[in-house]
Design a protein around this ligand. Structure first.
Ligand SMILES: [Mg+2]
Length: 164
């Protein structure tokens, strides 16, 4: 696998609520690692949409083990995790393996049984593929982003356009 392939998600969705749990099951996936900002909630927010809450509830009911893995340290992360009743790993240092490994231990799962879901190719998707996980890219809404994030988006588009 080439380096550039590490930035290529296996799937893309507009929102995690659009993701088919049946499809994940077919892939032999039992665990779902979720990014926080622009994945579970809008950037710098802690309000969860009804669709996301419903989807998380359904995923748990279907037997998936969930964990939020975020680079944030914030109280916000804790609030969201408590609200959804899922464990979380903060200061995950994605794309490094630190937080991902913590989450795998917590869920007692192997990377091949886990999907990493997030909105950033350079952290979430890279961390997932580097660890041999299935990866799903949530293409984020344009609003609610900081200026530096827009630059990251340009770089993502550049890499993505080159490789597809
Ligand atoms: Mg994010």
């Amino acid at each position: 696998m080439g380096i550039a392939n590490l930035f290529q998600p296996n799937q893309q969705v507009a929102s995690i609520a659009d993701m088919s749990l049946d499809k994940l099951k077919e892939l032999g996936i039992h665990g779902i690692l979720l990014d926080l900002d622009n994945t579970l909630v809008k950037w710098n927010s802690q309000s969860l949409s009804n669709q996301v809450i419903k989807w998380v509830r359904m995923a748990k009911k279907e037997g998936f083990a969930l964990c939020i893995v975020s680079n944030a340290i914030s109280f916000r992360l804790q609030r969201v995790a408590q609200r959804l009743h899922v464990p979380f790993v903060s200061q995950a240092c994605k794309p490094l393996t630190l937080g991902i490994n913590k989450a795998l231990k917590l869920l007692k799962l192997e990377p091949s049984e886990v999907v990493m879901i997030g909105d950033q190719l350079f952290t979430d998707i890279l961390a997932g593929s580097w660890n041999g996980m299935h990866t799903i890219w949530v293409r984020p809404p344009k609003l609610y982003e900081q200026k530096w994030m827009r630059l990251v988006r340009h770089l993502e588009t550049f890499i993505y356009a080159r490789e597809v």
